[in-house]
Design a protein around this ligand. Sequence first.
Ligand SMILES: [Fe+2]
Length: 121
Amino acid sequence: MREELKKELEVHEVAEERFFYSPLIDSDKMQEDARHGMAEHHEMDELIEELDDTDMSSPHWLATAQKLVEKVEHHLKDEEEDFFKKAKDIYSSDEAESLAKSYGETVAEYRKAWPEAIPGK
Ligand SMILES: [Fe+2]
């Protein structure tokens, strides 16, 4: 279960940074949001690493797992309620469709390649 969660989070992060955040870094309107989203990915990575380094029987493990759950919930809320809506002003519907398709294909590819062959991980 832990490995499955870690895999899904990492695959989400890498694919999304490639097809959503990186192209937005060059836009004036969403540069801050893109940086914010990627910083949250980084914070999630740090919590995953902390969990890996902590014994599951320690109270610190549970506290860290709770922090990770809260961080992920907050991050998904930012993306779904804010960033994805704002991006509709930047991308045409054709562009958005094409990016979503590339994202989906890449997620599938990265799931198969995880953890050895994911670029940037
Ligand atoms: Fe994300």
